[in-house]
Design a protein. Structure first.
Lengths: 327, 340
């Protein structure tokens, strides 16, 4: 392990952190602008609410980061999250114990991801198409279970959803936030301190070179989709806690928000460059934009989409400039 | 043609899927293949399939050229929504249908220019460059319609999506564009140049091909196709719905292109394949509706067909069956479109 530590230190040249640092700077700037403009914006609770309202998005973005780091893409995350809310709601309604229900959801998501990974790797079909089919499949399965929205009435689930913690005076957060932060820490550990994580970066940098180095590229390429499937399922569970219902039309278009968050967070879609911390920052930036627009009050909701698009553009052009200068 | 050669043809599996779907429909509903002429207009299930599939086909034709240059255009659905929004808002405020169409298509050309600029000049990956417009585009369409669903009552405008000239006008437009593109690209060297840019933009540039201009042009063309499709969709219902017009049509169009055997890795394309692919998608949708599955659950069938066709076309499957086919260029990540 000591050899790896040395290597990972070598990798951390400041330029690699530039996009992530820029994202954090934008987050601080937008949040600062909000604080100056609106009274009560700069409270710890507004900051905490960014995590509370976006816990599921953070988890989904972590999974997506793994996939994008290998140069792939996963369009199925929103649909798998919706399927998870549906399975959770339906199994709880059928009287399953909550823990069994949670296990079933996580298992389904992971298996779906694994299956997509196997097809992508072994049949050499483009990730875009396979995960698009996965998206259709997961959404369709939701409606096979139930066309209507199913509400969750299980007392344990409701307790987990409404239970709050007060770590500091004046700040309340939900259990979802803790789960999301745990996922981020575990993911950062896996990416930077394990062989799997190193291989993820290696595959994204150059798959051919990674293979010639004898790294298990196939296993990792399949693995990242399983990771993303697991994260989508977990994100879906958090979303079901947030909404307390299962519905096939939950999380429609969320894959776009997730991809936008990851890209804004400085991860290159060509693979090999990026950090989960960046993706978290990306989610926070998107969340801040949404909060700003709701604080403004007079701005219509569609401005969120326009602003997110513009942010995406600015970051992509910025990254492009950084990459060009690096050459 | 020997059976082995037949199996080798790149359109074998898509056409097999299409025939299978048609047979299924005919078995479950014997009058499915009936077409009758009434008041000089053709009616029947097959005509309906063509008519409902016209916007997807049109967008897929534009998408085929984009994908042939190793690009992708995710923004076509949003562009279609913008076209409908612009046209309907203009008509609702008292403008004529003709100027509305021109305005809408002008806007779409601008959006196509924008996409092309990001991809060919700034060298941003196509998937991200067009994701920007996909995300912001629907917001922009909402901005145009001020969040309302704009309804219009203009008989001339209604003709685009619902008019008939023996066949529905929308079908004639889509097929006309398909044939036009086929003649233009396959009758001249243009198609080959597009493919060469898809194989390697840099090498094409060194060989004297204007990579940047070609890439830029295909995005503008895709935007224009999306615009016309958006007009068809909105004129068919006499309304502009910024949220739902053309929702997921980019996915259907990409699927149609891929089912037709065009590789997402770029460098080769088949317009005939795109036609078959669009027909497969639309026939599948119609089939599932007609056998009484909930519209949303129909997605499961779509997923199964997509996976089946893609697996059957995959080079690996061909190897297993001992059938060798000219494989497309393998996707390579290191070579982004850097036509600088």
């Amino acid at each position: 392990m000591s050899v790896m530590d040395v290597r990972s230190r070598q990798v951390r040249v400041p330029r690699r952190f530039l996009p992530v640092a820029a994202t954090f700077a934008v987050f601080v700037l937008t949040f600062g602008a909000g604080s100056l403009r609106y009274e009560g914006f700069a409270s710890p609770q507004v900051l905490t609410n960014l995590f509370v309202d976006n816990a599921f998005l953070i988890v989904l973005a972590v999974g997506m980061t793994f996939v994008i780091l290998t140069g792939g893409i996963d369009l199925s995350v929103g649909a798998v999250a919706a399927l998870s809310t549906m399975i959770a709601a339906a199994t709880l309604e059928a009287g399953w114990p909550p823990l069994v229900s949670v296990a079933a959801v996580l298992l389904t998501g992971t298996c779906l991801g694994l299956l997509m990974g196997l097809v992508i790797h072994h049949f050499e079909v483009q990730p875009f198409i396979v995960t698009l089919a996965g998206m259709f499949l997961a959404r369709g399965l939701c409606f096979l279970i139930s066309v209507e929205s199913v509400s969750i009435t299980d007392p344990a689930f409701r307790a987990a959803a409404t239970g709050t913690l007060t770590p500091v005076e004046g700040v309340t957060l939900t259990y979802s936030v803790l789960i999301a932060l745990a996922v981020v820490l575990v993911a950062a550990h896996v990416l930077h301190r394990t062989r799997f994580g190193r291989t993820v970066y290696a595959v994204g940098g150059s798959e051919a070179s990674a293979r010639l180095m004898g790294l298990p590229t196939g296993r990792v390429k399949v693995g990242v989709y399983a990771v993303s499937g697991f994260c989508s399922a977990l994100g879906g569970l958090l979303f079901s806690l947030y909404m307390l219902s299962g519905y096939g039309l939950h999380a429609v278009g969320m894959e776009l928000d997730v991809i936008a968050a990851v890209v804004v967070g400085g991860t290159l879609l060509s693979g090999g460059v990026g950090y989960v911390a960046g993706s978290v920052a990306g989610v926070l930036v998107l969340g801040t934009v949404q909060t700003l627009i709701s604080f403004e009050g007079t701005l219509s909701s569609w401005w969120t989409r326009i602003v997110v698009g513009v942010l995406l553009l600015v970051f992509v052009v910025f990254q492009r400039a950084v990459v060009r200068r690096a050459r | 043609m020997r059976p082995r050669q037949l199996l080798r043809h790149h359109l074998f599996w898509p056409i097999a899927a299409l025939v299978l779907l048609l047979v299924l429909n005919t078995v479950s509903n014997p009058s499915f293949l009936e077409i009758r002429l009434q008041n000089g207009q053709l009616y029947g299930s097959l005509v309906d399939i063509l008519r409902n599939g016209a916007p997807t086909l049109l967008i897929a034709v534009g998408m085929t050229l984009v994908i042939a240059t190793r690009g992708i255009d995710l923004s076509v659905g949003a562009v279609a929504a913008i076209a409908g929004a612009v046209a309907c808002t203009w008509i609702a405020s008292g403008g004529s249908a003709a100027t509305a169409v021109l305005l809408a298509l002008g806007a779409c050309v601008l959006l196509g220019l924008w996409n092309g600029f990001l991809v060919s000049v700034l060298g941003i990956q196509p998937i991200i460059a067009t994701l920007v417009l996909m995300t912001a585009g629907r917001g922009a369409a909402m901005l145009v319609t001020e969040g309302q669903i704009i309804t219009v009552d203009d008989p001339l405008y209604h003709q685009i999506g619902a008019g008939f000239l023996v066949l529905p006008i929308a079908v004639l437009v889509s097929l006309g564009v398909l044939v036009g593109v086929a003649l233009l690209t396959r009758g001249t060297a243009l198609g080959m140049l597009v493919e060469s840019v898809g194989v390697n933009p840099r090498a094409s540039l060194l060989a004297g091909v204007r990579s940047r201009t070609i890439i830029w042009t295909v995005y503008v063309f895709a935007g224009l196709c999306a615009g016309v499709a958006g007009l068809m969709i909105s004129s068919n219902v006499n309304a502009a719905d910024a949220n739902n017009a053309g929702l997921w049509i980019e996915m259907d169009a990409i699927l149609a292109v891929v089912i037709g055997g065009t590789s997402l890795a770029g460098g080769r394309y088949s317009l005939a394949g795109t036609l078959v692919g669009a027909l497969v998608i639309q026939t599948l949708t119609t089939t599932v509706y007609s056998i009484g599955v909930a519209p949303n659950a129909a997605l499961v069938f779509k997923a199964v067909v997509v996976i089946a066709v893609c697996l059957l076309q995959s080079p690996r499957t061909s190897q297993v069956f001992g059938v060798r086919r000219k494989a497309g260029p393998r996707p390579s990540r290191s070579e982004e479109v850097t036509a600088a």
